[in-house]
Design a protein around this ligand. Structure first.
Ligand SMILES: NC(=O)N[C@@H](CC(=O)O)C(=O)O
Ligand SMILES: [Zn+2]
Ligand SMILES: [Zn+2]
Length: 426
């Protein structure tokens, strides 16, 4: 089976290719990338005017499987990923039950194999039941295929237990994906603590909730030598600390989610729980620091933190609604509209942050690249096509997004995973 992608703007961070060229895929591998490939193929894709990038790798996705499949499941989440140009995703372990042992990890792996759409990697929980008390079987989960460990949804508040987990992660050569939040400081907060929370009369979440744990985690990572990846960075001081840690040579990386580089708490529509997520939308100054940090490559990764919830669950007050918004089907458009079109990052940086760097952090040697011999995971994106985001078009079960009705530029046209077309915009 041969697929020939003709005349696209090929953007490959691995080879630094950034020009119009053709890409030939044979079975599940990249065969050749050059101008004017003259070769018979089973399928020819006209990519004129489109970016052709290595398939996107989303390091932060909640698939809600097992146990919370009314919100999402492996199949609907994989379909949403494919529609978003994502060919590999890391699923977070805060499911029901929590994925804290090799058997549960294998359940997701097997289900993903049955779905046969995109590559689903399952992160293992750091502590049993995510209770923060006893370490889970980290070695067993890594042997069963976990590319990382994470307690996402919370921090491991006991620093000694966390340090022991980081020592194991260092030994096993896997990253720790850190959700940074001092739970004792949250104190019922449901949005950022600022003039807007005052105006709405809602309890606020201050920056120090995130910043204190970012500082702690960097110091423990330095001590243990494990790779620390900071999830969903939202504050200006996260950017400062990540920058300083890198300058000091500590093995650390950081991600920003589209909602945090697009919106601030000023954008919150009173009472609309689609603006409630953790960490919360911060201030203009915080957003500005995130944009600068993305531009200067302090932040290595753009991930979605795709966090589906049902309308019923979200249809309550700001105080009682669950935190989280969906992201898989909007991240390409938001990244192009807010970052590329406004000059914050180049298309090459977009490919780095959405594919090449995640592959590096997760040690996925055959991904994030269009070099011949690498996996035939490719996304074709029309950066000029504009459309209005409509939750009715989502294939995810989750419709909880503040971006419904937003006009954006940049549309995923074709997603190819393992040499097979898994999504096509029609
Ligand atoms: N981000 C969120 O607001 N919610 C996530 C948990 C998390 O990523 O911390 C969820 O699982 O719903
Ligand atoms: Zn989190
Ligand atoms: Zn998350």
């Amino acid at each position: 089976m041969k697929i020939l992608i003709k005349n696209g703007h090929v953007i490959d961070p691995d080879t630094k290719l950034d020009q119009v060229a053709d890409v030939l895929l044979e079975d599940d591998k990249i065969q050749e990338v050059k101008e004017n490939i003259k070769e018979e193929a089973d399928r020819v894709i006209d990519a004129r005017g489109c970016y052709v990038m290595p398939g996107l790798i989303d390091m932060h996705v909640h698939l809600r499987d097992p146990g919370l499949t009314h919100k999402e499941d492996v199949f609907t989440g994989s379909k949403a990923a494919a529609r978003g140009g994502v060919t590999t995703l890391v699923a977070m372990p805060n499911t029901k039950p929590v994925i804290d042992n090799p058997e549960r990890l294998s359940y997701v792996k097997n289900k993903a194999t049955q779905c046969n759409l995109v590559n689903v990697l399952q992160a293992g929980a750091i502590t049993q039941g995510m209770k923060g008390e006893e370490l889970s079987d980290i070695e067993g989960m890594v042997r069963a295929g976990a590319p990382a460990i994470s307690e996402d949804g919370k921090s491991v508040m006991n620093a000694q237990i966390y340090k022991e987990a980081m020592q194991i992660a260092a030994r096993m050569n896997i990253p720790v994906l850190a959700h940074c939040e001092d739970i004792h400081m949250v104190n019922g907060g449901c949005m950022n603590e600022d003039t807007n929370s005052e105006k709405f009369g809602l309890p606020g979440i201050c920056n120090a909730v995130e910043d204190t744990i970012v500082a702690r985690d960097i110091l423990i990572a330095k001590d243990t030598g494990c790779h620390l990846h900071l999830c969903h960075c939202s504050t200006k001081d996260s950017e400062v600390m990540l920058r300083l840690a890198k300058e000091e040579g500590i093995s650390v990386s950081g991600e920003v989610c589209p909602h945090h580089f697009t919106l601030t708490s000023d954008d919150i529509v009173e009472g609309d729980t689609n603006y409630k997520m953790n960490p919360p939308l911060r201030t203009k100054e915080d957003r500005q620091a995130l944009l600068e940090g993305l531009k200067n490559d302090v932040f290595d990764v753009i991930s979605t933190d795709h966090a589906p919830h049902t309308m019923v669950e979200k249809g309550v007050s700001m105080k009682s609604a669950p935190f989280g918004i969906v992201g898989l089907e909007t991240s390409v458009s938001l990244t192009i509209t807010e970052l590329v079109d406004k000059g914050w990052i180049t298309p090459m940086q977009m490919a780095e942050k959405m594919s090449y760097n995640p592959a590096k952090i997760l040690h996925l040697a055959n991904k994030g690249s269009l070099k011949p011999g690498k996996d035939a995971d490719v996304v074709v994106i029309d950066p000029k096509e504009s459309y209005v985001i409509d939750v009715k078009d989502f294939v995810s079960k989750g419709k909880n997004t503040p971006f419904h009705g937003k006009k954006v530029n940049g549309k995923v046209k074709v997603t190819i995973c393992g040499g097979r077309v898994v999504y096509e915009d029609k």
